[in-house]
Design a protein around this ligand. Structure first.
Ligand code: FE
Length: 189
């Protein structure tokens, strides 16, 4: 019998509630707090459902056992691709998966094109940049700039950068359950 959308969502929420209690590498928030802050920023900006979901789940690759090689203090290498793969397997839309897979590329793009962005990166985020391939080349940036989801990937990245505030009260994880179930139920049809 196929696993229901509700059951799949509850499994993901459980993963965020448990594994998400770990620290968000070098930042003053947990993985779960970071996810909730990013999703709240997306919601507050009036984003559509898929962008909110991508903001909430963009770092899920860090919480998966089957993720890539794990390096202490920076988490799973290739967590962007691992997260996108996992979300596709779970039945999330291609756009959600692409937004998640693009959040590291967006950082690599911005570190090439925007000096003030680079200057604002947290120390932990600078440390991971080299392992993520460093700033994009001009050729890579030209390709990325033509991505139909370019603007949205940059927006998600800006929330990723902002969602690292200790003690910021945010809506609970349960407030995203209906949105996630509706998305998976629709994506299944
Ligand atoms: Fe993040």
């Amino acid at each position: 019998m196929p696993v229901s959308s509700e059951a799949r969502v509850d499994q993901i929420l459980e993963l965020l509630e448990t594994a998400g209690q770990s620290a968000y590498f070098g930042e003053p928030v947990t993985q779960l707090e970071h996810a909730l802050q990013c999703a709240q920023l997306a919601r507050g900006a009036g984003s559509d459902e898929e962008l909110i979901i991508a903001a909430l789940l963009h770092d899920i690759g860090h919480l998966l056992d089957e993720g890539g090689e794990r390096v202490d203090a920076i988490g799973v290498i290739d967590h962007d691709a691992a997260g996108a793969r996992y979300l596709r397997e779970q039945g999330f839309s291609d756009r959600v998966a692409q937004l998640v897979s693009g959040h590291v590329a967006a950082k690599r793009y911005l570190t090439l094109t925007n000096a003030s962005y680079f200057a604002r990166l947290s120390p932990a985020s600078v440390a991971t940049l080299q392992l993520q391939g460093g700033p994009m080349t001009e050729a890579e940036a030209a390709v990325f700039g033509r991505d139909p989801l370019f603007e949205q990937k940059l927006r998600l990245r800006s929330w990723d950068e902002q969602g690292k505030l200790a003690g910021w009260p945010v809506a609970p994880l349960s407030s995203y359950r209906d949105l996630l179930v509706a998305h998976l139920s629709r994506a299944q049809q």
